[in-house]
Design a protein around this ligand. Structure first.
Ligand SMILES: Nc1ncnc2c1ncn2[C@@H]1O[C@H](COP(=O)(O)OP(=O)(O)O)[C@@H](O)[C@H]1O
Ligand SMILES: [Mg+2]
Length: 199
């Protein structure tokens, strides 16, 4: 179940994105970015403010991101009505936002995440990289559910990407796997405890 060699994990959560290359010996290279799901919500709030002169809350922004957020153009346009407050008159109003708007809003954050993945790839020892090219980058975390984010990362890095099943609960399930294999993993766990904080 647990494979030797290199694995690259990109975990896009709420507050942070964690990008790491791990092997059975532990963490080889890693970065933590403060750009993840929360920042994407902020991106949408800023975009709606600047483009539509409208103020929306964090909750509305998150709903938009989940409903129509994407990293590359979709087969069919998606749009949704959103309510907020007109910045000039202060009066409630409704506008229609579409997938292209949201893509533009999210593009800067997604670009930063992709550039960081590329930096990590550059820092990865070649013998692990060939392994990662074969197995693909593993995408996890709720933020990885943005439509076509896997396709975009694969295009930009020229490395295949696989999104894990049910990325929102991956950490919980991963901990379960570790506990089931605690004897096999003892060496790794001890080393991580001694040398560096857990990811
Ligand atoms: N379908 C979705 N599309 C885009 N983002 C999503 C989706 N579902 C959840 N998220 C985002 O994922 C983030 C939470 O991911 P999660 O892995 O639970 O974070 P953490 O591990 O940091 O608690 C939130 O920012 C949430 O808005
Ligand atoms: Mg998570």
């Amino acid at each position: 179940m647990i494979q030797a060699g290199g694995n690259m994990i990109v975990d896009i959560g709420g507050g942070t994105s964690e990008i790491a290359v791990i092997s059975l010996g532990g963490v080889v290279v890693a970065r933590s970015l403060r750009i993840a799901g929360d920042e994407m919500n902020e991106d949408i709030i800023r975009f709606v403010r600047d483009e539509f002169n409208m103020l929306i809350g964090e909750r509305t922004a998150e709903n938009i991101k989940i409903a129509i957020g994407s990293a590359t153009p979709l087969k069919a346009t998606m749009e949704m009505p959103i309510r907020g407050r007109d910045l000039v008159t202060g009066v409630p109003k409704e506008i229609i936002i579409n997938d292209e708007n949201v893509r533009e809003a999210l593009s800067r954050s997604i670009r930063i995440i992709v550039n960081t993945i590329r930096t990590i790839v550059e820092e990865t020892p070649p013998e692990l990289l060939s392994d990662i090219m074969q197995k693909g980058i593993i995408l996890a975390g709720g933020g990885s559910l943005i439509r076509n984010l896997d396709v975009f990362i694969a295009d930009e890095t020229e490395i295949p990407v696989c999104t894990i099943e049910d990325p929102l609960t991956a950490v919980v399930r991963g901990t379960g796997i570790v506990l089931e294999n605690i004897e096999d993993l003892r060496e790794v766990l001890v080393e991580m405890e001694d040398d560096r904080p857990l990811l």
